[in-house]
Design a protein around this ligand. Structure first.
Ligand code: UT7
Length: 339
């Protein structure tokens, strides 16, 4: 039976003050698709892709690999790094917009494979902001005392929903997964999370088919729905909106941009990342960049970047981290974390 836990920490019966990241993990499929590989199949070129996006290569799944297989590997690594018993996890939240199936959710598909108890397990769809949304859910469950340990994952197989004949989108996306284990803590921890959406922009970044609207549009793309994006419009709103949420996040914590040690941004475009760094007066040495090797992995990009910089020793315990993401919806989100 699922363990019933005391929703209070040991200090005087107060609710838990913080959730903290106990461990991180990530996983990328083996197959590498370089810009030169793409030159061979569509009218694009390495120089354009590098100059306009910063991407040199991306990973894609092969037959037999799915969002769940990537997520499983990332979650296992996070559980191992956190050194927690999977049976003690009280909630599993997955940010994904490319689930294996309509249902059960990807989180449910993985729950028993990961050795989790009969805890709540759900997918959250907030497109590229999926991990930020999932993280905010996990953080809130811990802070309100209803969970002590939460597994949070962002995983995607965007390669399955791009039209590989369309250079405007095909060159941008990649597949991967990243995860964190959160646990209750008296010390920070996640200082705050922020999530937003604006449905006025549904048409600017969307897919052209789906379960309930039907599949009429998919004939064009080998029977698959595809990502439709007016990139230039997304770019402008993304920079403006991320600028706003960064200010919101710092001011909610009475902090200044000089308090930050690391920016861990969503990896859609190196020019957007550089604009954020300029806005924060941060040297690019303090920005974790993976877009050159991963492309845009949507909900997986922030936890992938976080795990990379934790494992290579750049991010140290006690460092102040700002995580942010922007994506379809539009949705956007951030977190300020004392690692
Ligand atoms: O993660 C969710 C959020 N997504 C984003 O944040 C994405 C934001 N947008 C972007 O990153 C950029 O807008 C893109 C990388 C998608 C596009 O860059 P851009 O500088 O905005 O280019 P553009 O769309 O304005 O296109 C410029 C030119 C066009 O040619 P003309 O009309 O000037 O002759 C395109 O046809 O580049 C052409 N083009 C390409 N050329 C070679 C577009 N895609 C390609 C390509 N290879 N793959």
């Amino acid at each position: 039976a699922h363990r019933v836990f005391d929703p209070r920490v040991s200090t005087g019966g107060d609710r838990v003050k913080y959730s903290r990241i106990a461990g991180t993990g990530s996983y990328l499929p083996d197959k590498i698709v370089t810009n030169h590989d793409l030159e061979a199949i569509m009218d694009t070129n390495d120089q354009w892709i590098r100059e306009r996006t910063g991407i040199r290569e991306r990973r894609t799944v092969i037959e037999g690999e799915t969002t769940a297989t990537l997520a499983r590997a990332a979650c296992q690594k996070a559980i191992e790094a956190a050194d927690v018993d999977p049976n003690e996890i009280d909630l599993f939240v997955m940010g994904t917009t490319t689930p294996d199936l309509v249902f059960p959710s990807t989180a449910c598909l993985l729950q028993k494979q990961l050795g989790l108890p009969d805890c709540g397990a759900m997918d959250v769809n907030a497109a590229c902001s999926g991990f930020m949304y999932a993280l905010s859910v996990g953080d809130k469950y811990i802070r309100c005392g209803d969970a002590r340990k939460v597994l949070v994952c962002g995983a995607e197989t965007l390669s399955r929903i791009v039209n590989w004949n369309k250079r405007e989108t095909a060159v941008l996306f990649g597949d991967g997964a990243g995860a964190v284990v959160l646990e209750a803590s008296d010390e920070p921890g996640i200082l705050s999370t922020h999530i937003h959406a604006n449905g006025n922009y549904v048409d600017v970044l969307t897919t052209n088919a789906g379960i309930s609207v039907g599949w009429d549009a998919v004939a064009e793309n080998d029977g698959k729905p595809e990502i439709m994006m007016r990139g230039n419009e997304v770019f402008k709103v993304a920079v403006r909106t991320l600028g706003r949420i960064v200010e919101e996040t710092l001011s909610a914590n009475d902090m200044d941009k000089t308090d930050l040690d690391w920016l861990i941004p969503h990896q859609a475009n190196l020019r957007i990342i550089a604009a954020m760094a300029r806005m924060l007066d941060m040297n690019m040495d303090h920005v974790v960049v993976t877009v050159d090797r991963h492309g845009n992995t949507s909900a997986a990009s922030v936890p992938l970047a976080l795990d990379e910089a934790v494992r290579d020793g750049r991010i140290q315990r006690g460092d102040m981290l700002l995580l942010e993401a922007f994506g379809g919806g539009f949705t956007w989100g951030s977190a300020l974390i004392k690692y």
